[in-house]
Design a protein around this ligand. Structure first.
Ligand code: AMP
Ligand code: MG
Length: 333
């Protein structure tokens, strides 16, 4: 049975016992819930892959508390990374460094780099401090399904598969951390998130963005996979295809298919009395709501996404990336 407990001295004790035994524990962060295991223990790290059904070539992020000395884990921290860490950490930014090879090789799936994150969530900090260990953790969902932003979401995916979920409420950030490669001359965004490429650029003067091309070598292996996907049929439409989305809705409804539109503010009036889910008005609001709304949407048989963002950079880049991957499509800006 899976227990959900608020974060207290008692539940932290229980979490520590489980982690030291080589088990996994789900915990909250400001982005999404994580499924953690002792990064030094290969058997424990492999359990993460097993529980999630995660492909074993998709590396994990190591989470540490804010006073943890990461020089025990990574070999080189360039000056720009120090500046970024000072400005954005603790926070939703994962930084990839050359690994010292001190954690289990299963964490990075054999790569010579290590992704490190210091979450700002108070509950995450308490959990990490209590353990004082590097905790390898991907999102606490079944692989390729929608990431969890509440303890209930974790339970819906992993009930009976893990012993404990530490409940820290609803995640306020809503999309996974920005993954930034800090092994080169300049930082390179491997996965967009709440710390945008523009924010990194403003802070250290330069920032690249890695765009994965189908069939190529993925610098961040997670890029290759369909992700964040609702279990129902999910289609995305460009803003100028609104009419097509509505026509499909009407045709599906006619056939008796339970269908729903996921939209932002623009075009809401076009929908009329059709069933819709409102994602939010601002990029930050949309990010925070995204996964709960996709989970709500998958209760129907078909979800039609029509988002007309005013900007496509900044945080919106992260939201659009998740939405297109939810449909197995790539978003070209
Ligand atoms: P998840 O924890 O499920 O949100 O996924 C972690 C993400 O971080 C995936 O997209 C991985 O590909 C990426 N990642 C983890 N470790 C590394 C690494 N050493 N180098 C590049 N990307 C990484
Ligand atoms: Mg994930």
């Amino acid at each position: 049975m899976t227990e959900i407990l608020p974060i207290t001295e008692n539940s932290l004790k229980r979490a520590k016992t489980l982690i030291l035994k080589g088990e996994t524990v789900a915990f909250p962060t400001e982005t999404v819930y994580g499924l953690g295991a002792n990064a030094y223990n290969t058997v424990a790290v492999n359990k993460i892959f097993e529980v999630k059904g995660r492909p074993n070539d998709n590396p994990l992020i190591v989470h540490v508390h804010k006073d943890f000395d990461i020089s025990a884990l990574v070999a080189e921290v360039p000056d720009y990374a120090k500046i970024l860490a000072k400005k954005f950490l603790p926070g939703p930014l994962t930084m990839v460094y050359k690994s010292k090879g001190t954690v289990s090789p299963a964490v990075s799936c054999g790569l010579d780099t290590l992704a490190v994150r210091i979450p700002s969530h108070e509950g995450a900090q308490k959990f990490l401090k209590y353990l004082d260990l590097p905790i390898a953790a991907p999102s606490a969902n079944i692989s390729k399904h929608i990431s969890p932003t509440s303890a209930e979401h974790v339970l819906a995916d992993l009930d009976g598969k893990i012993d404990l979920i530490l409940d820290g409420g609803v995640c306020t950030g809503g999309i996974e951390s920005t993954v930034l490669d800090c092994t080169g001359e300049i930082p390179v965004v491997l996965r967009s998130g709440l710390i945008s490429k523009e924010m990194v650029q403003e802070t250290v003067g330069a920032c690249g963005e890695y765009v994965y091309r189908e069939g190529g070598v993925a610098r961040s292996p997670g890029m290759r996979y369909k992700h964040y996907a609702p279990t129902c049929r999910t289609e995305m439409f460009e803003p100028d295809e609104y009419k097509n989305a509505l026509a499909l809705y009407d045709a599906e409804l006619e056939k008796g298919v339970k269908v729903c539109i996921l939209c932002d503010g623009d075009g809401k009036e076009l929908i009329g009395d059709r069933k819709f889910i409102f994602l939010g008005s601002t990029p930050k609001e949309m990010a925070a709501n995204l996964y709960a709304k996709l989970r709500e949407g998958e209760k129907t048989s078909e979800l039609l996404i029509v988002i007309s963002p005013k900007e496509r950079g900044g945080v919106m880049a992260g939201v659009m990336n998740r939405l297109t991957k939810a449909c197995g499509k790539r978003y070209e800006s």
